[in-house]
Write a protein that binds this ligand. Sequence first.
Ligand SMILES: Cc1cc2nc3c(=O)[nH]c(=O)nc-3n(C[C@H](O)[C@H](O)[C@H](O)COP(=O)(O)OP(=O)(O)OC[C@H]3O[C@@H](n4cnc5c(N)ncnc54)[C@H](O)[C@@H]3O)c2cc1C
Length: 521
Amino acid sequence: MRTFEEYKEALFKMKPNIYIGDEKVGRDDPRIQGGINIVRLTYELANDKKYKDLITTTSHLTGEKINRFTHIHQNKEDLFKKQRMTKVLCHLCGGCIQRCMGIDALNAVSVITYECDQALGTKYYENFKNYMKFFQENDLAASCASTDAKGDRSKRPSQQENPDAYLRVIETRDDGIVVRGAKQCITNTPYVDEIIVVPCRMMMPDDHDYAVSFAIPADWDGVKLLARPASFHIPDKAEDFATPTLKMGDVETFIIFDDVFVPKDRVFLNGHADHNQTAYAGFLALMFAHFHRHSYTGCKPAISEILASSAALVAEYNGIEETSHARDKISHLLGTAELVFASGESSALHSEKAPSGTQVPDEILTNAGRRLAGENIYEEYKILADLAGGLMATLPFIDTFYNEEVGELAMKYMQRNPRVKPENVLKCFKGLECLGCSDISGLLQVAGLHGGGSPQMETIAMMGRYPLKDLKNISKYLFGIRKNPKRFERSETPVTPREMLKKFRRALIAKQAREEKKENC
Ligand SMILES: Cc1cc2nc3c(=O)[nH]c(=O)nc-3n(C[C@H](O)[C@H](O)[C@H](O)COP(=O)(O)OP(=O)(O)OC[C@H]3O[C@@H](n4cnc5c(N)ncnc54)[C@H](O)[C@@H]3O)c2cc1C
């Protein structure tokens, strides 16, 4: 496994291909440091006795000890541990741990490349296995670039006026492919080694040029990273008020692939035109979203608990801790955290092994939990603001409290609960400002809603798999329409990954038939 210093050294050697505003910068730009500070936890705590049982595991490919952020889940225990690891690490960085997207994508790639090779005789799983060994041996960090620019949302890739609205293959050569397009809203790319590219939607046969998946280094020729850094710390002069957590940050990236060559051994999917074959592109998009939504059942409860912890603290400092409305509001935050985490645990409990050997969480439970988290996100920030009061948004800069003329006077009015020192009240409100009013706070709220797919996509994924026909037997029996009861326990009959693919193909064929009918009308 790599040390943090080795990770950082490799990062700083990469070619500068990051654009912030009108500047082109390297990985040593201070605006990227916040993200590096978060990834640091995933390397350093892998050797910490408090965390290493969660962060390290054994590679199923080499038998070597590896970081769990480079692991392909092999059993239920792996899924439980991945979820717990995500939660405890998110507590420490105050938000997103940043290293799950890449490995969620690789878990999805493992399932789909195997299926594709079995059905079509391709060699994508071989490519995947070799790449995965390289990824594990070098303890790499990756981003997942799934979300395309997408153009007009009502049109599929091949129907768009701009043929590059979705990333596509513009040339297939003996030694690889050339791709063109853009991916948007991609977390962490300026401070990871590799970009894992997967499609973001269902594809039809006409979309075969867009059915593409591969991995490339983040500074590869033709890759341009348009970065938007965000941080917790709202700068003022009192640097020592910025705790290690509040020095962390995030960089979202708009990636342009300007005619990028991808060597063939790094390609995991390239086209294939008929019904059954293009289904792999959409199935890969769905699988990435699925593994990523399962990761959300770890990180989102962590964010709810961070908000609950802050709400409980400020309620104490404000002297309202024992009031029934404060306890009620905090219980809402905790209830959401517990339920979302339970959905992830339960989806691990009811997970199934794909033919590739990868353990796949239960799809309905994962999506139900992820959707619950998204639906509650703005309510959770509302509770924090409610219990904190307006000062979290209006606090004067910290230096003001140490100003010769007004400092002492200002501190006097920070006193609230008489048992709490005014300096701690100041620290608390500075922390609340960072958590609730910084640019990263706004970002985490939108991520809470859209990360892993818009809420509607979670509903579609959940309902696409739910056995509604069987469910109706309950009321049919109760209403006397059916004579004998039929035992129904949805989670006891999970849909296996291969059944998921079959259902997915059927949906694709039905969708195409609907589109053709519309055209003929
Ligand atoms: C902070 C943050 C981090 C992210 N990180 C990553 C990342 O690391 N990797 C990655 O790949 N993605 C990432 N995403 C992207 C995320 O997955 C997308 O934002 C999400 O899938 C929604 O896509 P969109 O933003 O294009 O919105 P849209 O898909 O445009 O959604 C806008 C609205 O349009 C609706 N809509 C869209 N299409 C249709 C249609 N055909 N019919 C009817 N309604 C439709 C949606 O339901 C929604 O209500 C991130 C997003 C955020 C906010």
